[in-house]
Design a protein around this ligand. Structure first.
Ligand code: MN
Length: 235
């Protein structure tokens, strides 16, 4: 039987000019029954349309910061590395997938890209802009969960995870500020930082602020996110 093809966006190493993504994203899609396909930034609209038409789902992977001009702000002094080419590609690809009604999962940077693409905004640096927040940039390796998350009962996310309370890893210095129209926050850390969103008017558009790709080998909830993406893609 044909297995669903899941496009995974990549990061650019500008110094040495190569594109990359962590093997754990690839493994997460594969263990769930999907075929992982790594995507460099596509530029021409024809390229984007041809790719979106063939993919069964899109995974927006983690990475650097989204540029604040995307939500009408100047760069905060703590803004990290950003890549306007990646921003542009991911936002255009996401919009095409939404138009086609195909599943999209955003992870870490991915949840932020989804929010910005649909008109929301970000804290450019949690530590300086929300100094009362918990530690969201953990010192422990990414396979270890370090803070709790509460998931709204009845949300798609809680159905997938099979829980409304779980422990997640945390490796982000940015977070969602204003939730975009068309999105609903469905998970929060105990300090109120948004850790999950989903779209009400789309068959399957989800974002999580944590890194399930770092945990799926030993965490059922993390593995179930990948399984749900592949299943929504026809697997
Ligand atoms: Mn966090």
């Amino acid at each position: 039987m044909a297995r669903p093809c899941i496009g995974i966006t990549t990061a650019h190493n500008a110094g040495q000019d190569y594109y990359y993504c962590r093997n754990s994203y690839i493994g997460g899609v594969r263990q769930a029954g999907g075929v992982p396909l790594l995507l460099p930034p596509l530029v021409d609209q024809d390229e984007l349309l041809s790719c979106a038409g063939r993919l069964d789902a899109l995974l927006l992977s983690g990475g650097g910061d989204a540029h604040p001009s995307l939500f009408g702000e100047q760069p905060h002094c703590k803004l990290g590395e950003f890549d306007p080419v990646r921003d542009d590609f991911e936002i255009r690809m996401l919009r095409l997938m939404i138009d086609l009604g195909k599943p999209v999962l955003g992870i870490c940077r991915g949840i932020q890209v989804i929010n910005v693409a649909l008109g929301g905004s970000l804290y450019q640096d949690l530590v300086s802009q929300q100094p009362q927040s918990l530690q969201h940039q953990q010192g422990a390796p990414r396979r270890y969960p370090t803070h709790s998350v509460t998931v709204r009962q009845g949300s798609k996310l809680s159905d997938i995870l099979g829980a409304t309370r779980l422990q997640v890893n945390s490796l982000h210095h940015q977070a969602i500020k204003d939730v975009a129209p068309g999105l609903q926050a469905t998970a929060w850390a105990d300090d109120g930082v948004i850790e999950g969103v989903e779209a009400s008017g789309h068959p399957w558009l989800l974002g999580v602020q944590w890194h399930p790709e770092g945990m799926w080998e030993h965490d059922q909830a993390a593995a179930s996110l990948f399984r749900a993406l592949v299943s929504a893609a026809g697997g």
